[in-house]
Design a protein around this ligand. Structure first.
Ligand SMILES: C[S@@+](CC[C@H](N)C(=O)[O-])C[C@H]1O[C@@H](n2cnc3c(N)ncnc32)[C@H](O)[C@@H]1O
Length: 274
């Protein structure tokens, strides 16, 4: 195994471990209103940017399924994939419980095998987690191949220039730590994130994270590492073009109206395969 292959495996291992337990606090950090708003945005993008009616949708890192199950519930024919088997299992349990018909598979986002099969592909909160930049290009090329002509990709990145407080803003990275304390009925979620290694030249940060979840079934403590690639708007535009995409629009924070000088937390890109 060469050096870069072992670094790649380290990132995938850390990410899998992190997302294996993420289900415990996911419901806290993503509420129903956010989900609904994002699902409405996805349907807006389907109607506005695809050249034909969207029916078949692929989600390349579906997590525990908040988008893929939501879209299937709204009548789309959906396939959800994720690298972490625990996330797929969680999505399956939810789909079965709610009687939602959806295909769910464990798969790496850089190893998609589809060709001209989907009207829309989602890559939400995944590109900045991929082990290296070659993986980003590979993933986008595979997505391009998976799309039918006139179909669209919707992807997003965390915006490092966001001027508020969160775990990926340059402010927190430069300070070296970020603490979050969320309380909701019956549950409290505390996360303490400390920068372990920040490489400003390559825009890469490793966080050491401790999550404490006080839930009705007891207190859970998780200690994890997570790697974050700090992409800018232009990085993503460059990758989308290199993967073959045509027109791309950026919608800060899932807002339907494009803003001139966004200080958004999230930059959402919609690109078409022409
Ligand atoms: C931040 S979550 C986003 C999940 C979902 N898209 C959402 O927005 O709720 C990132 C997901 O990417 C998955 N993941 C990490 N590396 C991956 C890879 N190489 N291929 C596919 N999924 C991956 C993780 O297991 C996790 O479920």
């Amino acid at each position: 195994m060469n050096r870069s292959e072992s670094a790649r495996k380290e990132v995938l291992k850390a990410s899998r471990s992190y997302y294996a337990h993420q289900g415990y606090f996911e419901e806290l950090t993503y509420d129903e209103n956010t989900n609904k708003r994002e699902l409405d945005f996805l349907e807006f993008a389907f109607r506005t940017h695809a050249t034909h009616r969207v029916r078949d949708v692929l989600d390349v890192a579906c997590g525990s399924g908040r988008h893929v199950l939501g879209l299937a519930n709204r009548g789309y024919k959906c396939v959800g994939q994720d690298y972490t088997p625990e996330q797929i299992k969680k999505a399956r349990v939810k789909a079965n419980r709610e009687g939602i018909s959806v295909k769910l598979l464990q798969c790496d986002a850089t190893k998609l095998k589809y060709e001209n099969e989907f009207d829309a592909v989602l890559a939400v909160r995944i590109l900045f987690l991929l082990p290296d930049d070659d993986d980003v290009l590979t993933c986008l090329r595979h997505v391009y191949r998976a799309l039918k002509s006139g179909g669209i990709l919707i992807c997003n990145i965390a915006n490092p220039f966001y001027d508020g407080e969160n775990w990926f803003s340059l402010k927190s990275i430069q300070r070296g730590h970020y603490v979050n304390d969320i309380r909701a009925p019956n549950i409290r979620f505390i996360s303490i994130d400390q920068i372990q290694d920040f490489d400003p030249l390559h825009g890469v940060a490793w966080w050491q994270e401790i999550h404490v979840v006080e839930a009705p079934d007891g207190t859970h403590i998780f200690q994890e590492r997570e790697r974050l690639r700090l992409f800018t708007y232009w990085d993503i535009i460059h990758y989308l073009q290199a993967a073959g995409f045509g027109e791309t629009k950026c919608y800060p924070d899932w807002n339907i109206k494009p803003t001139k000088k966004p200080k958004a937390e999230w930059l959402v890109f919609v690109s078409r395969k022409d």
